[in-house]
Design a protein around this ligand. Structure first.
Ligand SMILES: O=C(O)/C=C/c1cccc(O)c1
Length: 538
């Protein structure tokens, strides 16, 4: 029997598992990804990522590869009633604060191919397909993952093996193994469920004509048949049809029904290839704890949400970005394992925002009663289809308690990624600074002249890059668009400490407060769980 030793075993080779492997591999760790299916799954599932996740792909050195398989959104994501009136218009056009298009559509098999190629090219990362995890044994200093060879009974169906064919020993195991996660079941954690369940038929197609789709993405809020019409990535279209009361899910989930419903949209075998159709029960739930001992979960293994905000995969990739820089420090022995507890506390609150938003959007479209639909229409039309007026979730998402400064307005929110100039060459901030934590100072002097030798030594020990940005003068980075200046001014801050996952640890009103900011971050990283008071707080 084969046995191999690693720093981390990742169970599941979907986008979240592969991204987690890529990020840990970039940090030099020995990682194996264990996937039960012998071949990459060829059919669509997730189709959307936002500007934050584009930045995460960029940090994985995959900006060009991902851009090449992606369709950015040029217009509004519209929600219309049966009469065609706008109920909600969400601006998905343009570039977001993370320096990437606000909304992007792709086909998951293509994305997985990009990610799989990337991890397979890394000397310390291995991808093992066809290995079905059947046991996980946790010891004080290691975890042993046992896998059998996958037996495919018929296309799309595996029979769980009973015999162990190989074992993988590691210091940590991360379950990126989907909604029915085996790793989660081994952790024995409870799920918090919002009780939001609706059945929908998802239909993925490849149009063979040259039809234009305007707007690119929209929702038909017609109680006769609530329907989603969105991109499925370049050259693809997705429809989602809500199951009506009395409809049998088995009847709705046939290709005959898919064609019948597509027919109502003028899509026939003459102009369309049916790529996939599947029934889904949308749910809104999350695990109460995402780390237990040496086991962790991420992505659908940790949470599921309705698709209407396009945040399912985005949330999973946020998990990967949050977990990997912390796990890196624990694996390197420069942080206590207690640092990993902040993965749950930070991400869970942020995730609950995404779930609340997705459920609110679900409440808009999953309405089958004509009376209720008419009331909804009147309310949303009166609100001018403005998301700020017609949706109840307005506050921006923020990380929960963790490696964040208390009493600091920007702590736990995303830092923007505006462009800067280095040696007259324009580039996005993270390209200029490289991956990792950044202390960004609003000053026309170089950071090296603003910080004492001892602060600079602490920064080096914590792998924090210190740099300054200003429109003029001798700053390290030139704010050639003025966007950084406006951001610092609007928030009344002059120093910001940005974590490796691009979230803000904290800010100070003056550059002079930077050493205290660094001291707070240092304490937080070393001590684990308690939140650090803001500089100057009593
Ligand atoms: O990527 C996904 O999982 C879902 C994307 C999406 C975007 C917009 C509307 C939807 O119903 C789904």
């Amino acid at each position: 029997m084969q046995n191999s030793h690693h720093d981390v075993v990742i169970v599941g080779a979907g986008p979240v598992g592969l991204a987690t492997a890529r990020m840990l591999g970039q940090l030099g760790h020995d990682v194996v990804v264990v996937e039960r299916w012998p071949e990459a799954y060829p059919l669509p599932r997730a189709v959307h990522f936002d500007d934050e996740i584009g930045r995460v792909f960029q940090s994985m050195d995959l900006a060009d590869e991902v851009t090449a398989i992606t369709e950015p959104v040029p217009d509004f994501y519209e929600w219309r009633n049966a009469a065609g009136e706008a109920l909600l218009r969400i601006d998905w056009s343009g570039t977001g604060p993370n320096g990437w298009p606000t909304a992007n559509f792709f086909s998951q098999p293509q994305l997985e191919q990009v990610l799989a190629r990337a991890v397979e090219s890394m000397p310390t990362v291995q991808l093992v397909r066809g290995a079905d995890v059947i046991d996980i044994e946790e010891h004080q200093d290691r975890v042993v993952v046992s896998a059998g060879d996958t037996r495919v009974a018929k296309p799309g169906q595996v029979v769980s093996p009973t015999q162990v064919a190989r074992t993988f020993t590691a210091r940590y195991v991360i379950g990126c193994d989907g909604a029915n996660s085996f790793v989660r079941s081994r952790m024995g954690v409870a799920m918090e469920d919002q009780g939001f369940f609706f059945d929908w038929l998802i239909v993925d197609t490849i149009p063979t004509d040259d039809k234009q789709w305007l707007p690119m993405n929209w929702q038909l809020c017609d109680p006769v048949r609530p329907t989603t019409i969105v991109s499925g990535g370049p050259g693809r279209r997705r429809w989602e049809f809500m199951r009506l009361p009395g409809e049998d899910p088995a009847d709705l989930g046939t290709s005959e029904t898919a064609w019948k419903l597509l027919g109502g949209w003028g899509r026939t075998e003459e102009n369309t290839r049916l790529e996939r159709h599947a029934m889904y029960t949308f749910a809104a739930r999350w695990a109460e704890s995402w780390v237990k001992g040496r086991l962790a979960i991420a992505g659908d293994a940790a949470h599921q949400m309705p698709p209407f905000a396009g945040q399912g995969m985005c949330s999973g990739l946020r998990d990967a970005a949050n977990l990997t820089w912390k796990l890196d420090r624990v694996l390197r022995g420069v942080a206590e394992p207690a640092l990993l507890d902040t993965y749950t506390s930070e991400r869970s609150l942020h995730l609950q925002h995404a779930i609340a938003m997705s459920v609110e959007l679900g409440k808009v479209i999953c309405v089958l009663d004509p009376e209720q639909a008419a009331q909804r229409d009147a309310r949303m039309i009166a609100g001018g289809a403005d998301p700020a007026k017609v949706l109840p979730v307005a506050a921006r998402p923020v990380l929960g308690n963790g490696v964040v400064l208390a009493d600091c307005a920007l702590s736990g929110t995303l830092a923007p990624q505006f462009a800067v100039e280095v040696d007259r060459s324009p580039q996005l901030l993270d390209i200029a600074t490289g991956n990792g934590a950044v202390l960004l100072l609003a000053s026309d002097q170089p950071a090296g002249q603003l910080l004492s030798a001892s602060v600079q030594q602490t920064l080096a020990e914590l792998d924090i890059i210190a740099t300054s940005v200003a429109a003029n003068g001798n700053s390290d980075l030139r704010d050639f668009t003025g966007e950084w200046g406006r951001w610092f001014d609007a928030n009344s801050v002059a120093a910001v400490l940005i974590r490796p996952d691009h979230y803000i640890f904290g800010t100070t009103p003056g550059v002079a407060g930077a050493p205290e900011l660094v001291a707070g971050y240092t304490a937080r990283m070393r001590n684990g769980v308690a939140t650090v008071p803001a500089p100057g707080a009593a």
